[in-house]
Design a protein around this ligand. Structure first.
Ligand SMILES: Cc1cc2nc3c(=O)[nH]c(=O)nc-3n(C[C@H](O)[C@H](O)[C@H](O)COP(=O)(O)O)c2cc1C
Length: 162
């Protein structure tokens, strides 16, 4: 049983791909968040955008994790960027459970050239412990593997220092 958790929301698979790679490298447990909302197609896209801009939150379905969140050495949270913000699904999850996390790291994925570092601060608003490492990955970008490796290096340094 791993004491590192990779937990993510992914609408179209980019964040899922990153989190699967990270979990495999670290031997971490992997869990997916769902909010039971149909976010498919163009109607789903608009709904995601509105939820992000309006900061809507809905209850997220409980993710089956092997331990309570507070018992992991590190919780790595993965989310796409929606309208310059964390996804509404991740915001909902952190609003309800962020305070339970002792050590957090963030993985955000996006499609544009901006790195959206402000998203880390938005996520910290619901994670009182703050984050120890973070990375912003652009889907399809040549830098994807480089930045993912750099993130793993940061995470290993955090784990060695614990
Ligand atoms: C509603 C919506 C808004 C988005 N807004 C942004 C944005 O502001 N900036 C950006 O770079 N990408 C934006 N994207 C693109 C996603 O962040 C990007 O494709 C991400 O990798 C998708 O991750 P996923 O496949 O795990 O869902 C947006 C996507 C959606 C659905």
């Amino acid at each position: 049983m791993s004491d590192i958790l990779c937990i993510y929301y992914s609408r179209t698979g980019n964040t899922k791909k990153a989190m699967e790679e990270i979990a495999a490298e670290l031997g971490a447990e992997l869990a997916e968040l769902r909010d039971g909302v149909d976010r498919s197609g163009w109607k789903g896209w608009i709904r995601c955008g509105l939820d992000a801009v309006r900061k809507n939150t809905r209850p997220v379905e409980p993710a089956a994790t092997e331990r309570p969140l507070g018992e992991y050495r590190l919780v790595i949270l993965g989310t796409p960027v929606w309208a310059g913000r964390e996804s509404a699904v991740m915001r909902s999850f952190l609003r309800d459970h962020g305070a339970e996390i002792k050590n957090a790291a963030y993985v955000i994925t996006r499609s544009s050239g901006s790195r959206y570092r402000e998203v880390y601060r938005q996520m910290d608003l619901n994670v009182p412990a703050g984050h120890r490492a973070a990375v912003s990955l652009r889907s399809g970008d040549v830098g994807w593997a480089f930045w993912l490796e750099e993130f793993l290096r940061q995470v290993r340094t955090v784990l060695e220092g614990q």
